[in-house]
Design a protein around this ligand. Structure first.
Ligand code: AVI
Length: 320
């Protein structure tokens, strides 16, 4: 691919901006090309990465209860749907679900996963949507005579948002899902060593996932990142309640993008991701500030992960 290839223009522009600023920082959405999506699926299977299996166990135990809150003919929208593993629990428990709209940034992955899901749920109306839900939303119109519109946002992807982006996300829910609900899966605050291990796995899969951003820039943008001279760095920032992931420059070096040279000092980093950890009360408070109403919460015995039900009032309803 040539650097001018229009398909890669947003990545090109964002990488130019990322390398020009101090400190250098790029959106985590660029992790998820086909190679990165496969690496993320591997992360979800790692012994150290507890969020996926913990959330799955909560869904397995409580899906019937969650389905009760969804009601009949539910119209489910899933953000960051990925491999469509978690939704299976809800779809099996749901009472005559009317439609399922999985939304993800990685198109190829989403199409393949949707075809597989359709085989399991042949009568369900599945409408995959390739899109970036961190930008203004474009959702399909509500179904005429359909049931409640429920957005499912699992995996603690909300944790990858900045607090401002979280507020915008809740406001978008308020605007686009009025009268419906949000079922939100989030990683909860816990002992720092457990968090640290989850992002520094022994097999180095998370390191490969992080470094894939540079490999992707080399592939798609014609950059010349020397993959041997950057290292994965992930640590828990306790005061800010977040894991920070960076790519650490091991030496003073210069990288080129589109004919422009960008310098890295030894020890300088390209920040790639925040993964915020939450308290249930803190998150409910943030949701309430955007006009959502706290409902039931399902969690695991260790309180590692939480699934929060948030009601979204009709536009005319006032909330306290
Ligand atoms: C997708 N997201 C919620 C993951 C997380 O834990 O923040 C991405 C990830 N980054 C490193 N490991 C997994």
């Amino acid at each position: 691919m040539t650097p001018s290839h229009s398909e890669h223009l947003p990545f090109m522009q964002d990488m130019q901006a990322a390398l020009s600023q101090t400190p250098k920082s790029i959106s985590p959405k660029y992790f998820y090309d086909p190679a990165g999506s496969l690496l993320f699926d591997q992360i979800c299977e790692l012994p150290e990465y507890y969020p996926t299996r913990t959330e799955l166990s909560i869904l397995q135990i409580h899906a019937v209860d969650m389905a009760r809150f969804m009601g009949e003919n539910v119209d489910i929208i899933e953000f960051g749907a990925g491999s469509l593993q978690k939704i299976r629990y809800l779809l099996k428990a749901a009472i005559k679900p009317s439609r399922y709209v999985p939304m993800d940034i990685s198109g190829v992955h989403l199409q393949e996963a949707s075809i597989e899901l359709q085989k399991e749920f042949p009568t369900l109306d599945i409408k995959p949507l390739v899109g970036d839900y961190t930008n203004p939303w474009q959702l399909p119109s509500p179904l005429v005579g359909g049931g409640k519109r429920v957005a499912f946002f699992p995996g603690s992807t909300l944790g990858n948002f900045s607090p401002d982006q979280v507020a915008v996300f809740f406001r978008n829910c308020r605007q686009h899902l009025a009268g419906g609900a949000l079922l939100l899966g989030v990683d909860l605050i816990k002992a720092p060593d457990i968090l640290h291990k989850a992002y520094n796995d022994a097999q180095g899969v998370t390191a490969a996932f992080n470094l894939n951003v540079l490999a992707r820039a080399n592939r798609e943008l014609g950059c010349d990142f020397d993959m041997t001279q950057f290292a994965h760095s992930a640590f828990y920032n306790a005061p800010l309640q977040r894991i920070e992931m960076h790519l650490l420059s091991l030496e003073q070096q210069v990288v080129h993008l589109n004919g422009v040279a960008y310098a890295f000092e030894q020890g300088e980093t390209l920040h790639t991701e925040y993964s915020h950890k939450f308290t249930i009360a803190g998150l409910q408070q943030a949701a309430q500030e955007a006009g959502l109403q706290a409902g039931p919460v399902w969690t695991d015995p260790q309180h590692y992960f939480g699934l929060l039900w948030l009601n979204i009032p009709h536009q005319q309803e006032t909330t306290s």
